[in-house]
Design a protein around this ligand. Structure first.
Ligand SMILES: NC(=O)c1ccc[n+]([C@@H]2O[C@H](COP(=O)([O-])OP(=O)(O)OC[C@H]3O[C@@H](n4cnc5c(N)ncnc54)[C@H](OP(=O)(O)O)[C@@H]3O)[C@@H](O)[C@H]2O)c1
Length: 324
């Protein structure tokens, strides 16, 4: 993998090809994530040279993900970590997800995020998703003001359509966009990725491992319990799941031939796709981070690229649902 730093739009910031996605560390995606394991997982990323940490105000009902980052960076130099957070989504009682992008609301969330993280600035602040009840320019204006005030060094936007992206960028200096993308879910390739590339906006992608499926350890008879949010995603049930596992099996010979593990092959492929700036993988323990970090040393060759392209073509479109 080409590990050279990549520009975060025109912000002057640079980022490596891999970042740690800290959503699973919130404890909200499945049972069994302890605060200690969350801190150790972030520390493992920093120790492996993966310094970009992606979190959000709503990652945890009380910001558990941001709190884990704060504990992991305590005692390290703040500038050694590149921290992105997001605003505009919060939880109402009963774990009801609420998208609220009103300026006064998101300003309050950012102040709380900074307190939780124990820092006076973010490196990157995203609008997590557009609030359908107000013009996106109102939310963008608030992020633009927070950029001018130094609360963040750069601004991004996530989970947008192309018209929303264009309107956001017209109202606020935009450095980054964050969307889902992996071998089987490449919808952004049609419009959003080319637009970002031609407008100098960096693309950070989530779900590179398709919520763990492309890491290659899921057994064929796996049924997620209702405590695991993956039970709601159609790619993990019935025929769809079996066909996705067939796809995973078709990748294994390439990983073996290249002498790498499956998640490394997948992350290395994702990081080299044109227009992709940074690949945000999630992890639930330090061992997963250590395995995934080996992608930095994984070198694909043309034979692997062609075989992956063929496997993707043979699999065809997959069932999915939106994150937000
Ligand atoms: N902007 C948005 O709206 C949005 C939405 C979603 C995500 N994100 C960001 O993007 C990041 C990445 O997305 P994601 O975490 O949902 O999905 P992902 O990176 O596709 O999958 C992460 C999951 O895969 C499993 N895994 C990771 N490495 C593994 C390994 N080496 N072996 C076996 N299993 C492994 C872990 O789950 P288990 O151990 O539980 O199996 C882990 O939680 C998030 O953490 C978040 O920061 C943003």
């Amino acid at each position: 993998m080409n590990t050279s730093p990549r520009a975060v739009g025109r912000s002057g910031l640079e980022v490596g090809p891999l970042g740690l996605g800290c959503w699973p560390l919130s404890g909200m995606t499945r049972a069994g994530i302890t605060p200690g394991a969350a801190v150790a997982t972030v520390a493992a990323a920093l120790d492996a040279g993966i310094v970009h940490l992606d979190t959000a105000y709503c990652y945890g009902e009380a910001g558990e993900s941001e709190q884990a980052i704060a504990r992991a960076i305590a005692g390290r130099q703040r500038e050694k970590a590149m921290i992105a957070s997001k605003c505009g989504i919060h939880w109402e009682p009963g774990r009801k997800q609420c998208v609220d992008g009103r300026p006064e609301r998101i300003r309050g969330e950012v102040e709380e995020s900074l307190t939780r993280l124990g820092t006076d600035h973010l490196d990157l602040l995203y609008l997590h998703a557009p609030d359908p009840t107000i013009p996106i320019e109102e939310s963008a204006g608030a992020l633009s003001e927070m950029l001018a005030e130094g609360k963040t060094r750069a601004v991004g936007v996530s989970n947008v359509s192309l018209p929303q992206l264009e309107r956001f960028a017209a109202a606020c200096p935009l450095a980054a966009c964050q969307m889902h993308f992996n071998m089987l879910q490449r919808e952004i390739s049609a419009e959003i990725l080319p637009w970002c590339h031609s407008h100098g906006v960096a693309m950070f992608v989530y779900w590179p491992l398709m919520k763990g499926l492309l890491a290659g350890l899921m057994p064929r008879d796996l049924v997620f319990p209702t405590s695991d949010s993956r039970h709601k995603y159609p790619m993990f049930t019935g025929d769809e799941f079996q066909r996705n596992l067939d796809f995973v099996d078709s990748l294994r010979p390439m990983a073996t031939r290249l002498g790498c593990e499956l998640p490394d092959l997948v992350l290395a492929w994702t990081a080299e796709q044109p227009g992709i700036t940074c690949v945000l993988f999630g992890a639930t323990c330090p061992e997963q981070v250590q395995i995934n970090a080996r992608a930095l040393a994984c070198e694909l060759d043309d034979e692997a690229r062609e075989a992956i392209a063929l496997a993707i073509r043979d699999r065809g479109p997959v069932a999915s649902r939106r994150a937000v």
